[in-house]
Every structure is written in C-alpha cells, then in structure tokens.
Design a protein around this ligand. Sequence first.
Ligand code: CTP
Ligand code: ZN
Length: 154
Amino acid sequence: MAETTLRVSKIKNGTVIDHITNGHALDVVKILGITGRTGGIVTVAMNVPSKRLEVKDIVKIEGRELNSKEVDKIALLAPHASINIIRDYVVVEKQVVKLPAVLKGIVKCANPACISNSEEPVQPTFYVERGEPLKVKCHYCGYIMEKQDVLKQF
Ligand code: CTP
Ligand code: ZN
C-alpha cells in the first residue's frame, strides 16, 4: 500500500460491520444506539472503495458484539453487510446479514387504525417484499411501509 494512504486501524476486540450500503453508516450507528458519549472507540468510514460493491461504508465498534435484533435491523438498510466479530485482533466469526422474510416486533405499523397498534398484545408483523429499495407489508392491514418509514422508527 502506498505511503500516501492512511488506513483505518484494526480493532482489538469488538465488531466490524463491513460492506454497508453506502449512505447508511450513520443509520447503523443510530440503530446501535451509539452516541459517542459512552463506551469505546467507534470508527465510521464512508464511501470507501470496495471490490464487491462500488463503494461501501464501514462501522467499527470496540468492545461490543451485536444481538440478533440489531443484526436484523441492519439487514433492512444494508442487505449486503457483513458482521465480523473480532477477538484479540483476529476475525473469529463472519456473518453475512440476511434480509429476513418476516419481521416480528422490529417495526410498528404506520397505519394508526391497524389492529397491531391497539391496546391488545398483538405483535407487529411484516412481510419483506422482494427487491430494492426496501418495502414491507403489514400482516394485519396490508399497509406498505417504505425504507424511509422504517428508518424513521430507528
Ligand atoms: N478488521 C479490523 N480489525 C481486525 C481485523 C479485521 O478492523 N483486527 C476489519 C478489516 O479491516 C475488514 C473486516 O474487519 O474491514 C473484515 O476483515 P477480514 O475478514 O480480514 O477482511 P476481508 O477478507 O477483506 O473480508 P471480506 O471477505 O468480508 O471482504
Ligand atoms: Zn398494519
């Protein structure tokens, strides 16, 4: 690598979310509730040249591993992302995120009249439609939410 290139450093322990659809790094940061006011080192890189995608975003979080709900939310915005668990500088696990076919309890229906918004304990459920950009359809009322509507809830 040429001396003129400054690379983002490797991390010791934590998670690297790589191959994030460009433009979505800050959404990933938000999903994970990272404010930068507590916790360890967080590195955000945007519009980095990539072999697989034209450009990509990367988020590196020291000292934290993600739960499955967080991974599902990331998949909605960055369906090509890979989650790398790092321990003692080594990638010990690489998980390719998968867009789930059904979302349960991840987003709420934007239709106020929907039964899933009533007092009853109905778990909001959506079907993920094929293709990009993201669209999800409510199991109860058929309302279709677009990527922006989903993003607003994160
Ligand atoms: N990484 C890191 N700190 C480490 C190890 C890896 O920040 N201690 C980062 C790398 O910079 C890379 C990602 O974690 O962005 C995945 O690492 P690795 O599997 O080594 O890279 P690739 O083989 O390029 O991954 P892929 O095949 O997923 O593109
Ligand atoms: Zn609904």
